[in-house]
Design a protein around this ligand. Structure first.
Ligand SMILES: [Zn+2]
Length: 301
């Protein structure tokens, strides 16, 4: 926990309590106790409180909590989003109901830039948001467009919801955090949110895996062999490698749009790996930008 976190959560606590100005007396007391109450201040606004008008087409299927292994992050769309309040889930619900075969709003939850968390299908009904992965995931929309940056309040709510979902569904294993595009060909959830998924999201997953003592979150995946890392070649292990680079902050080299995790090993991947190797104090062939077993282990632990 950092001082910044404390400052932020106090502001958020006041926001939720309906206090717009951060007064001197209100912030005089700092510390873990206050953090705890700020955490507690996060709350899910249920369908009954945002003007939900009911399901159509026989309603969505029930959620099988035991089958859920993934927590999938979405954006609103390439454009739009950014607004707050009950109108947000209401308009998404209206949009999704335009297809008479849809029961209604497809997400389990919607989070606004103000940090509001709206329960939609919540923990009761199966997601309809992630084609091909709805049987084993819950879908959460951050109400922004592809280029918009998620606010601090939205990300704090997202983290809280991720933790909350384990208790709410009785999970004994940490849920994998993925973006929509990890499951199907789509631009969703866009650049800024993808970077969250690949960076902070994976850190959060490890924290949860460690806390639950499961999921293998603290163990390093097996080294895939040197042949997985060739400039211009794709391999699933490159994405894992990239996530390690992003988590450790070795992302200086990129094509201009920020360094992002993917399966393609590029010259930027190599240059970032090299920076990491140099930071270990290695030289010569020890810092050639190609990850060997020791680079792999250090990057991913
Ligand atoms: Zn999506």
């Amino acid at each position: 926990m950092s001082t910044t976190d404390n400052t932020f959560s106090r502001r958020r606590l006041l926001q939720i309590a309906g206090v717009s100005a951060v007064g001197a007396t209100a912030v005089a007391v700092a510390g873990p106790g206050q953090w705890a109450s700020a955490e507690a201040a996060h709350t899910i606004i249920p369908r009954s409180r945002w003007g939900f008008t009911g399901w159509q087409a026989g309603g969505p299927p029930r959620l099988d909590k035991g089958a859920i292994t993934h927590f999938v992050v979405h954006y609103h769309g390439a454009t739009g989003g950014g607004d707050s309040g009950a109108q947000v889930p209401r308009s998404i619900d209206r949009e999704h109901k335009a297809d008479p075969n849809n029961a209604g709003i497809l997400y389990n939850f919607v989070i606004t830039q103000r940090g509001e968390i709206f329960g939609a299908r919540a923990y009761e009904f199966k997601s309809g948001a992630t084609h091909g992965a709805n049987d084993f995931s819950i879908g959460v929309q951050i109400h922004i467009s592809g280029s918009q940056k998620p606010s601090k309040a939205a990300l704090a709510s997202l983290e809280w919801l991720y933790r909350h979902s384990h208790a709410a569904m009785g999970k004994k294993k940490a849920l994998r955090i993925t973006g929509h595009q990890d499951h199907t060909a789509t631009a969703c959830p866009g650049g800024p949110l993808n970077r969250w998924v690949d960076g902070r999201g994976q850190e959060l997953y490890r924290e949860m895996a460690k806390k639950l003592g499961s999921g293998g979150g603290s163990s390093v995946p097996p080294y895939p062999g040197a042949s997985a890392f060739k400039v211009g070649k794709r391999h699933p292990a490159v994405k894992t490698l990239d996530q390690g680079l992003i988590r450790k902050g070795y992302t200086k080299h990129h094509d201009g749009d920020g360094y992002q995790a993917g399966t393609l090993f590029t010259r930027y991947t190599r240059a970032n790996v090299r920076d990491f190797q140099l930071a270990q104090g290695w030289t010569g062939s020890g810092a050639d930008g190609y990850p060997g077993p020791e680079t792999w282990k250090r990057l991913l632990s």
